[in-house]
Write a protein that binds this ligand. Structure first.
Ligand code: N01
Length: 481
């Protein structure tokens, strides 16, 4: 290892920016590789109408860059994108990011360093490699008959075409996850008709859209303690209360959410109520929150279509009952391939073993950060991370502290390199898999939380355990000689 370790960071989204700022502050050398032409990750790619975060903005913020300017309790996506760009500017890390050049290959070399190669042929070597590529970035297009035959504009929710006129048009939306629900809310009063093709009803938790007043923002600007307190209190309430309780199927949180949703559902016309009332536990799929879904679906322009889609045709969507609903624009809000992570790039560890081989069955990571056979390599928000309805920023901050702890141990000679043992990874995987069966995610629904075996892949333990594991790495789980 070089006397001052160097770091390659894959991705300039939320986690990659975090890693870059922290490494810069620590005076360490790093380069960030970004396939696109600007930072922001998911917030750069998802620009659909109505996009907002469903985690309160004051906790969807870095602890080192709390933001007094958030306009809403849950702010719009464009504001979040601006926030990340502002952080990059403020910390001056822009010139450490290599834009528009996707990594194609990362390889552990004989001199025990990571050699990174990009699509343009650029290569650079580093002591440590941090993958900060996120989970939800490979759009999943539905395998529906004729999906390519639609004659009008058609795009995935994460590839929104802003040149397409929507006002007064007939818009079809396939999917009612967080994206489809937000798009429906935004288009209900803009489009002439909105046909929402719903395969499974969602629990949609109604929330107020609370706007911060100028005077509240001024208070946050002038009182740093107030800003910190707001962040800390919200984080405590949200992560240890709501987000942790909802993953425990016995906690009663699901009952409380269902009860709140049912109050609203009871006020809907009977036929609509029957269509949008789920038949599984709240929280089983990722909970959708919305300030305008229930109003939107009662708008004359919106139709919830529950008949299965038979095919997509040049002029619209045909359902199994034979009816063709003609639309001018077709939006596929059909989610993401959640098992890709940093792939399709190749990552080759010790003896040239590929991550694709290590993950031949499915992706997994010890403590959600490390993989045996891949030394000095860590992931932020990688496989088995807490997802659910947690703040991914808090998760990434804790993971990064863990990474730096391990880096320091390598630097001061406590271990030759940072590599988890096969045994520890297998033990963690067994324990995680067993615990996953007790979560609300395993109570019987189809969701992107489930792996190919139908087992939830996310961190299944209380968030406090994650906090503890990240704060105190189990050194015995790492290779020592
Ligand atoms: O994707 P999803 P998303 N035929 O996978 C349907 C985050 N996020 O982009 O429920 C017909 O949740 C599918 O139906 P079903 C957040 O973590 C956050 O909405 O599987 N329908 C479902 O309705 C979220 O969970 C925010 O039966 C098909 C939908 O498409 C994650 O991103 C905003 C189909 C996919 O829902 C993903 O959300 C947006 C088919 N062949 C996203 N295939 C906020 O912070 C799929 N569907 C607010």
């Amino acid at each position: 290892m070089t006397s001052t370790p160097t770091f390659g960071i894959i991705g300039a989204g939320m986690s990659g920016i975090l890693a870059a700022v922290k490494l810069q502050e620590a005076g360490l050398d790093f380069r960030v590789f970004e396939k696109a032409d600007k930072v922001g990750g998911t917030w750069r790619e998802n620009t659909y109408p109505g996009i907002a975060c469903d985690v309160p903005s004051h906790i969807y913020s870095y602890t080192f860059a709390l933001n007094p300017e958030w306009s809403y309790f849950c702010s719009p996506g464009s504001e979040i994108q601006t926030y990340f760009e502002t952080v990059v500017d403020r910390y001056g890390i822009d010139d450490r990011i290599r834009f528009d050049d996707a990594i194609v290959d990362c390889r552990w070399t004989e001199d025990e360093r990571w050699k990174v190669e990009t699509a343009s042929g650029y290569t650079e070597t580093f002591d440590f490699l941090i993958a900060a590529t996120g989970i939800l970035h490979h759009p999943k297009l539905p395998p529906i008959d004729g999906v390519d035959t639609f004659a009008g504009p058609s795009f995935h929710s994460a590839r929104w075409d802003h040149d397409v006129e929507l006002d007064g048009k007939r818009v079809g939306i396939v999917g009612t996850g967080s994206s489809g629900v937000q798009i429906t809310g935004a288009l209900a009063n803009r489009a002439a008709e909105v046909k929402v093709f719903q395969r499974t009803a969602q629990w949609v938790m109604p929330v107020e859209q609370t706007e911060y007043s100028e005077s509240q923002k001024e208070d946050f600007r002038t009182d740093a303690d107030l800003l910190t307190e707001t962040h800390d209190n919200l984080q405590e309430a949200f992560n240890t209360g709501f987000a942790t309780s909802i993953l425990d199927k016995e906690s009663g949180m699901s009952d409380a959410i269902e009860a709140r949703c049912r109050e609203i559902l009871a006020g809907l016309p009977e036929e609509l109520q029957a269509k949008v009332t789920p038949d599984y536990r709240a929280g089983c799929k990722r909970l959708v929150v919305s300030h305008n879904w229930y109003d939107a679906i009662q708008t004359d322009s919106v139709e919830i279509v529950t008949d299965s889609i038979a095919s997509i045709e040049p002029t619209g969507v045909r359902t199994e009952d034979g009816e063709l609903r003609e639309v001018d624009v077709l939006v596929l809000a059909t989610g993401f391939k959640v098992d890709a992570f940093m792939r399709p790039m190749t990552i080759a560890g010790i003896d040239g073993v590929l991550l694709d081989e290590a993950w031949a069955d499915r992706p997994s990571a010890y403590m959600a950060v490390a993989v045996p056979g891949f030394p000095n390599f860590f992931m932020l928000n990688g496989p088995n991370s807490p997802v659910g309805n947690f703040s991914l920023i808090q998760t990434a901050e804790m993971q990064f502290e863990y990474v730096m702890d391990m880096v320091e141990r390598v630097r001061d000679g406590q271990m030759p390199l940072a590599m988890v043992t096969e045994e520890a990874a297998a033990r963690f995987e067994d324990e995680r898999t067993e615990a996953a069966g007790d979560t609300v995610w395993a109570t019987g629904c189809r969701s992107w939380y489930l792996d190919d075996r139908g087992i939830p892949f996310a961190w299944p333990f209380p968030f406090d355990r994650f906090r503890r594991e990240m704060a105190e790495p189990r050194l015995g789980d790492y290779v020592t000689a």
